[in-house]
Write a protein that binds this ligand. Structure first.
Ligand code: CP
Length: 304
């Protein structure tokens, strides 16, 4: 069985194939309206979600399949102390594919070891969020005309941000020219990840504190939320929560064809005034999530 736990388990060619299939489905979704007829997808969300859960469910319904699941683990027998292993063993009998989000790093991987159906990691703690990365890749491919040779600025919570960790690891494989890491000292990219990039890729890495120090050179500005739920105490969060507030003034010197992305949800890190700038594509990005997830489901269920 093929799962998607990390994109590191997929070749560059396979990733590109998923992105291109996502693009094809986006252009002619009706051609895929019956691809998953008779198939069932289970969504197991042990952490809150709007985009990932709904876009997966929308994807499966648009493919002609059905969905079941929970978004509150308290309504499942996990509440009675059942293990993830036993849960997934049983879900394997009720569904053909399962999507799991869990606050604990590695839980979807553990589930895949006990599963008889494909497991998709929909975000595990501060670790990885591979289907957000696929969404980001389809967005970059569509709005920048390709995945290679970009200067990418990543701003906000680079320490705990699983979307950032997944994206950096994957975009490094697509010959990214330069990563500009924009974060407060407390939320810098983990040293292990920086070392991994330096040891394995010929990519420049620059670290700055403020967006204004780098805006002029960016092809892509990827904003992220300071994530309250990843802090051990509220005081530390309160100190950092207003660090970045992107407004029209801060992007004035950005390239005309720069794109501004954000995995969403946002809190206050992008002012609403930026939404009407044509470079702001974060809602288009959220839309792309449906089509690339349609591509992934058809591949894993081998119904394409
Ligand atoms: N981008 C993302 O993962 O959003 P949700 O948390 O709403 O699923």
């Amino acid at each position: 069985i093929r799962h998607l736990i990390s994109l590191a388990d997929y070749s560059k060619e396979e990733i590109l194939e998923l992105v291109k299939l996502g693009e094809k489905i986006y252009n002619s979704p009706k051609d895929y309206a019956k691809s998953c007829e008779g198939k069932i997808m289970a969504t197991l969300f042990f952490e809150p979600s709007t985009r990932t859960k709904f876009s997966f469910e929308s994807a499966m319904l648009r493919l002609g399949g059905n969905v079941l699941g929970f978004s509150d683990a308290n309504t499942s027998s996990v509440k009675k102390g059942e293990s993830v292993a036993d849960t997934i063993r049983c879900i394997s009998y009720y569904a053909d594919i399962a999507v799991m989000r869990h606050p604990k790093e590695g839980t979807p991987k553990l589930a895949s070891m006990y599963s008889e159906i494909p497991i998709i990691n929909a975000g595990d703690g501060g670790h990885l969020h591979p289907t957000q990365t696929l969404t980001d890749l389809l967005t970059i491919h569509t709005y920048k005309g390709g995945l290679e040779n970009h200067v990418i600025g990543l701003c906000g919570d680079l320490k705990y941000g699983r979307t950032v960790h997944s994206l950096i690891k994957t975009m490094a494989r697509f010959n990214t020219k330069k990563f500009v890491l924009i974060s407060p000292e407390e939320l810098t990219l983990p040293e292990s990840l920086k070392r991994y990039l330096k040891d394995n890729y010929d990519v420049k890495i620059k670290e700055v504190r403020y967006i204004e120090e780098a805006i002029e050179e960016l092809d892509i500005l990827y904003m992220t939320r300071i994530q309250k739920e990843r802090f051990f105490n509220e005081e530390d969060y309160l100190k950092l929560k207003n660090t970045y507030i992107l407004d029209n003034d801060k992007i004035r010197n950005g390239k005309k064809d720069m794109i501004i992305m954000h995995p969403l949800p946002r809190v206050n890190e992008i002012s609403y005034e930026v939404d009407s700038d044509k470079r702001a594509i974060y809602f288009k990005q959220a839309k792309m999530g449906v089509y690339v997830r349609m591509a992934l489901i058809t591949k894993l269920l081998e119904v394409e």
